[in-house]
Structure formats: structure tokens, C-alpha cells
Write a protein that binds this ligand. Structure first.
Ligand code: PNS
Length: 163
């Protein structure tokens, strides 16, 4: 059983994340979307909400499981008996951070391998941060996030001119 872990903050889960999840689900027997429990004060959604939204978005993918993890990713990997970390790469600007993360994870757990998947060009500009920013100024975000995320964001703060 080839089990991979796709870790992230997913605050919130975007269509870019869904694309990586769908493609990852085709490559591995099982894919765990692992939501980081972080103490970031400016997180928009709680971990439970983030998990729920990811679960809803990936409901059509029977080999995808959504979980959360606290602390080091490599410890979670060991607990879940997975050796593959899946990450999406949007642009060169992502590379430095991703390279550092992959090297550190390998240092901490030499058995782990990080697989990078190049983001589909149509999502190359998309990030949770930019979705939140557009939303906070009342911009339309419907095309950037799965329907369940859109619904929950609308419930959150009714923006001025969301169409
Ligand atoms: O979506 P993000 O915020 O870019 O995801 C980053 C994430 C969750 C993959 C990374 O921050 C992480 O794995 N955090 C857990 C702590 C850890 O294991 N850090 C790695 C050594 S620096």
C-alpha cells in the first residue's frame, strides 16, 4: 500500500489544493490530506472547519482521507506509516521554502521522500492568502475555491460587494 501525505495549512482549501489532491489520488493508493494544527492567530478557519471543507471538496475521491496533525510532520508520517510527502509547486518563488522544508524533513526522517507536483497553470497564481485578501475586500472568490468553502466564507463576513 503506497500511502502519501499532502500536508498544509489549508486555510482555506482552494481549487489549487483540490487539483493536487485529485492528481495525487490517482498516483497513490491512499492520500492523506493533513491539516496542520497551528496556533496562527490570524487563521480564518478552525482546524475542524478546515478539515470539514477539505473533506467536502474531496468527497468524490474514495482513497482520500482528511486528518489533522500537530507538531512535526515526520512524526505524523511515522504514525500513519507513510514515507511520501506530496507538495504542490506553483512557481520558482515557492521553491526555496519547499526545498528547505524537504531537506529538513529528510534530515529528521531520512526514510521520507518529498514529491513535488507542478500546479496546473490555471492555478499558478492561487493561494489561500490571496483568496482571503480578495474576500476581505469584497472581491468575488467563487472561481477560486470549492463550493463548500465559498458557502462557508460567505457565512463568515458578508462582504460589501460579493456577486
Ligand atoms: O500550506 P503550508 O502552510 O505552506 O504548509 C506548511 C506545512 C504544514 C507543510 C509545514 O509548515 C509543516 O509541515 N509544519 C509542521 C512542522 C514541521 O514538521 N516542520 C518541518 C520542519 S521545518
Amino acid at each position: 500500500m503506497n500511502r502519501a501525505v499532502y500536508p498544509g495549512s489549508f486555510d482555506p482549501f482552494t481549487n489549487g489544493h483540490l487539483d493536487i489532491t485529485e492528481r495525487g489520488a490517482r498516483l497513490f493508493d491512499e492520500l492523506i490530506v493533513a491539516v496542520l494544527v497551528n496556533s496562527e492567530k490570524n487563521a480564518m478557519f478552525s482546524v475542524d472547519e478546515r478539515k470539514m471543507m477539505a473533506r467536502e471538496a474531496a468527497v468524490h475521491l474514495p482513497n482520500v482521507k482528511v486528518m489533522s496533525f500537530d507538531g512535526l510532520l515526520v512524526n505524523f508520517m511515522r504514525r500513519e506509516k507513510s514515507r511520501v510527502i506530496l507538495r504542490g509547486l506553483r512557481a520558482l518563488s515557492d521553491f526555496e521554502y519547499e526545498f528547505q522544508l524537504a531537506q529538513m524533513n529528510r534530515q529528521l526522517a531520512p526514510e521520507t521522500e518529498t514529491f513535488f507536483m507542478v500546479t496546473d497553470a490555471k492555478y499558478s497564481y492561487l493561494s489561500s492568502r490571496s483568496v482571503k485578501e480578495v474576500f476581505s475586500f469584497g472581491g468575488a472568490i467563487q472561481e477560486f475555491v470549492p463550493p463548500g468553502v465559498f458557502r462557508r466564507m460567505r457565512e463568515r463576513v458578508p462582504p460589501r460587494d460579493l456577486s
